[in-house]
Each structure stands twice: as structure tokens, then as C-alpha cells.
Design a protein around this ligand. Structure first.
Ligand code: FAD
Length: 500
């Protein structure tokens, strides 16, 4: 059956991202796109931190960066600062972008380790542009400081996700996506194929479709409630299952930092996401070890300003649907699965889900091969991210609460154990299945959590020393120079994309 009618159920970040991207299919094709959402049900809307591939998503849609940032009160993000994770009092930044650059065909951290073994005391952080800019509260895009001896600066955004969805709604509607307001009351399946034929609104209107994109949030209206796809629960690896979100002002006049803060507490962790006019905050915690009141009190006790809204309590089960694509339904966003926002991966997974859908799907019709490929690729993507998140919890020496005792001693996937063992031996990191997190991401988090390299690649010892030292020193100097001449993050925002 050719695809002539695409129906998106849900108008949160996932729904409007899908609608915007799919609207491009309308050019030259006879296809209708309808998005159904219910203002009464509302959206989750707390997703505020993104990662660098998100920039490409906006570029593909030819969205003007400064316009989007102003509309969403966005700030720049250079990485995430993790505090109290490896042990209490510890702090490190997981930056976007690598340390130094490859030398002699091997990774920079291998060369760095050789120097360390020879008595050099410089921490690896001084060789990363994003970390140093973050520490000094500086920001500039690459085009402002173009230098051949430095890689481009890698960044993403902190943004108000609700405003972003509104921004995309205008984009998609201008390009012919039809929005239908109201609650889906019923879903009709085809008796023979089991495919979804239509959804019925609570006013009785029937909306038929050939392909349905389920963006209905945690409830998974089509993928779960109608098709009973099933859910793989990962709570034994990532036991946090609650969050309380509470934005606050920055009345003290402090500037927005160009990085997210993730501070561990006794049964979870707290995020701080700086927007232009306020901070987004939240406490992710595990209900087995902490009740809602205590979680709320810890959050309020650690806010940088006064709350600007009522606390929003959320419940979730970490995991993924057994199939992301089932029959003629493709689930995106919270309907597809959920992993806590520790590395800001949810909006990213919406983005890659859309990319895969556009790449794999054909308007000529749906095939089993498309469904299988989509599910296999997405499953691997989820698993690799899951392993990276588990690393933050499991590689801790904290023993000050039952929660940390559980995390420190829980069994973890073999794939993660292998990664850690290889890194410990001589700093090797093997990435699999085109995984999201880069070698320097794994290096940053492993080292930040206190996992030491016991040796380095033997190739590092074969590199010629005087030349190596000059290059090594030059990287640090260039980064210092560039960061020194960058404007402050706040100055940059005020000039480039001030929110109205
Ligand atoms: P929702 O926002 O829940 O939207 C669901 C939509 O479906 C709504 O429009 C609703 O009206 C509609 N709907 C539901 N049922 C019906 C019905 N019967 N009829 C009609 N319409 C219906 N992601 C990040 O990338 N970075 C972060 O920092 C981040 N932080 C997060 C913090 C927390 C605590 C949580 C829970 C999530 C966070 N996320 C983050 C995830 C991010 O918020 C979501 O991935 C994103 O908002 C997408 O949500 P969604 O569109 O899938 O679902």
C-alpha cells in the first residue's frame, strides 16, 4: 500500500520534530501529514539540554540558529559538569569535542599518558577547548576565531523544549502539516493485517492513515495500548524512576553557564540547565531509596534562585519498547522508551529516529525489511547509550548510601565490563555499531569517574620525543590563547540571539 496519509499522534517535542522533518516529504509527493494533539493532556516539556547532532537536525530544516535560540531562550552548551559521582567532592566535565588531536596515528590520551608516566602533571582537561571555555564561562563559535591549529568548537544548546515545540509547530504548519486539536479516544485495527487503520477523536471524527507515528509520550497510545508491543525494563541497571522538576530565577544576576550541571545526591542526581532568563532544575531519584518529599526538599535546598513554578513530579520506567516500529506504527520520543536525561540523549534519539525513518521508509509502502532494520539499528543505539549511562553509576567509590552501594555492586552488561577492562589495560576504546558516544566521551567519563589507565599503547613510546613535546605544548598554548580572547558566554548571547 503506498503511503499517502501520515498521522502523527502527539504534539510534544517528538511530534513536532517529526512533523517538521516529514513535512519536507510533501515537496513533489502526494502525501498528507496530520498531527493530533490534546492541549488538555499537555506535554512533558522538561527536556532542555541537547547534544551537538541536534545542530544538524536544525540545519537540515534550514532553521536560522539565532532566530531559534532567541525564540527558545536558548544558551550554548559545551558539555556537562558531573559533581560527586566518582566520590563526594569530585568534579569533572564531559566535554563535547576531543582532547588535543590524534598524533602519530594514535589517540591523544595515549600520548598524554606517556607524558604523565614521564612526570608531566598537566591534567588532560587543559588540552580540551570546550572544557577550558566552559570553566572560564566563555563562548564563541569557530568562525569567530578560525585557527588551523585547533579543531572546531563543539557545542549544543540548552533550550526551553516547550517553546521549541511551538517554534516547530509554526514551521510545520507553514509547510502544510495539518494540526488537529483533541483527544484520541479510540484506535481501530485492521482485522486482517493488524495494522492501525484509523484513530477516532473524542468528538467522533475518524482520522485514517497509512503510516502512524506514535509520539504520544509515556502512554504509547498506538505502539503499546493498541498494538501491545511490550517493554524491556532496564531498571535493574538504571534504578532511578522518578523526577521532580522545578525552574528557578537567577535574580542574583549570575550569568548562564555554558554547560549543564549534574550533581549526584544520595539516591540520584540533580540537573541545572541554564536558559537565558532562568535555570531549569530537577532531581532524578529512585523511589526505593528516597520518597518524593525528601527528593523535593533536596532539590529546593540546592537551587541557585527562587522557584518560578510549582514542582512537577514525574514517574518513569527506564527501558525501551520491544519494537520501535511495529506494523505501520513507528514510535518516537517517550513513546519509544526512556533513559534518564543524564547525558541529554532523549531529544537526540527522537532526531535519529526521524533520520532513520526518512532513510528507510519509502512512500511506496511498508515492508518487513524496513521494520526489521529500523528496530535492529535503534535497539543497538539504545543499548550503547544505556551502557554509557550505567558507567556513571557503577564506576563510583561512593558507599555513603544504600543507593550507591547498590549501583557500585550491581551486575552490568558484559559489553560495558569489556569496555572498562580494555581502557584500564592501555586506554583502548572500541566503539561499536556506530555508537553515539565518541572515544573522547568514554575517556572523559572513565577518567572523571576515577578509572585509571594502567598503561598506554606501545605506539606512543615509538613517537619521536622533541617533536612530540613541541606539538603537545602547542595545543595547550593555543587553547589558552583562544579561550582568553573569547567573549563571555553572556556577552555572546546578548549580541547573537537575545531572547525578546
Ligand atoms: P510528550 O511531551 O509527553 O508529548 C506527548 C504528546 O502526546 C502531547 O502533545 C499530548 O497531548 C499527546 N497525547 C497523548 N495522549 C493523547 C491522546 N489520547 N490524544 C491526543 N493527544 C495525545 N530530553 C533531552 O533531550 N534533554 C533533557 O535534558 C531532558 N530532560 C528530561 C527530564 C525529565 C525528567 C524527563 C521525564 C524527560 C526529559 N527529557 C529530556 C526527555 C524529553 O522531555 C522528551 O524526550 C521530549 O520532551 C519528548 O517528549 P514526547 O514528545 O515524546 O512526549
Amino acid at each position: 500500500m503506498p503511503i499517502k496519509n501520515i498521522v502523527i499522534v502527539g504534539g510534544g517535542t517528538a511530534g513536532w520534530m517529526a512533523a517538521s522533518a516529514l513535512s519536507r516529504l510533501k515537496a513533489g509527493n502526494d502525501v498528507n501529514i496530520t498531527l493530533v494533539e490534546s492541549e488538555q493532556i499537555g506535554t512533558v516539556g522538561v527536556g532542555e539540554a541537547t547534544i551537538p547532532p541536534f545542530i544538524e537536525f536544525n540545519n537540515l530544516l534550514e532553521i536560522d540558529e539565532a532566530e531559534m535560540m532567541a525564540a527558545c531562550q536558548a544558551t550554548f552548551k559545551l558539555g556537562i559538569q558531573f559533581s560527586n559521582w566518582g566520590k563526594q567532592g569530585d568534579s569533572y566535565i564531559h566535554p563535547f569535542g576531543g582532547y588535543g588531536y590524534g598524533m602519530g596515528g594514535i589517540s591523544f590520551h595515549q600520548v598524554w599518558h606517556r607524558f604523565q608516566a614521564g612526570g608531566d602533571k598537566r591534567p588532560i582537561q587543559v588540552f580540551n577547548l570546550e572544557t577550558m571555555a566552559a570553566y572560564f564561562g566563555k563562548f564563541a563559535r569557530t568562525k569567530d576565531y578560525q585557527r588551523d591549529d585547533l579543531p572546531p568548537i563543539n557545542y549544543a544548546y540548552h533550550l526551553d523544549a516547550t517553546r521549541y515545540a511551538q517554534f516547530l509547530r509554526a514551521y510545520a504548519e507553514q509547510r502544510g502539516v495539518v494540526r488537529r486539536e483533541g483527544r484520541v479516544a479510540d484506535v481501530t485495527l485492521n482485522n486482517e493485517s493488524g495494522f492501525v487503520d484509523s484513530v477516532t477523536m473524542d468528538d467522533g471524527t475518524v482520522i485514517s492513515g497509512d503510516l502512524f507515528v506514535d509520539c504520544s509520550g509515556f502512554r504509547g497510545l498506538l505502539i503499546e495500548q493498541a498494538l501491545g508491543t511490550g517493554y524491556e525494563d532496564w531498571s535493574h541497571y538504571l534504578p532511578c524512576n522518578r523526577a521532580v522538576a522545578l525552574p528557578c530565577n537567577r535574580d542574583d544576576g549570575s550569568p548562564p553557564s555554558p554547560f549543564t550541571k549534574a550533581t549526584a545526591h544520595s539516591a540520584g542526581w540533580q540537573w541545572q540547565v541554564p536558559l537565558q532568563h532562568r535555570n531549569g532544575n530537577g532531581h532524578v531519584y529512585c523511589s526505593e531509596f528516597m520518597d518524593d518529599d525528601e527528593a523535593h526538599d533536596i532539590l529546593v535546598g540546592n537551587l541557585a534562585g527562587k522557584p518560578t513554578a510549582e514542582p512537577n513530579f514525574l514517574r518513569f520506567v527506564t527501558g525501551r519498547r520491544k519494537k520501535f516500529w511495529n506494523k505501520n506504527v513507528v514510535a518516537l520520543g517517550l513513546a519509544a522508551g526512556f533513559m534518564e536525561p543524564l547525558e541529554s540523549t532523549s531529544i537526540h534519539l527522537i532526531n535519529t529516529g526521524i533520520n532513520k525513518l526518512i532513510a528507510v521508509a519509502s512512500l511506496d509502502g511498508i515492508t518487513q525489511t524496513q521494520e526489521d532494520a529500523f528496530n535492529r539499528f535503534t535497539g543497538k543505539e539504545y543499548e550503547r547509550i544505556r551502557d554509557f549511562l550505567i558507567l556513571h553509576y557503577n564506576s563510583t567509590t561512593r558507599d555513603d548510601s544504600e543507593f550507591w552501594n547498590y549501583c557500585r555492586t550491581m551486575s552490568v552488561p558484559d559489553s560495558l565490563t569489556e569496555k572498562v577492562e580494555l581502557f584500564k589495560a592501555n586506554g583502548q576504546i572500541f566503539r561499536e555499531d556506530d555508537e553515539l558516544f565518541t572515544e573522547s566521551s568514554w575517556t572523559a567519563v572513565m577518567m572523571g569517574q576515577g578509572i585509571a589507565m594502567n598503561g598506554h599503547s606501545p605506539v606512543a613510546d615509538t613517537l619521536e620525543m622533541p617533536k612530540l613535546r613541541t606539538e603537545f605544548d602547542e595545543i595547550e598554548k593555543s587553547i589558552k590563547f583562544v579561550v582568553h580572547h573569547m567573549p563571555s558566554h553572556q556577552e555572546y548571547l546578548a549580541k547573537y540571539c537575545p531572547a525578546p
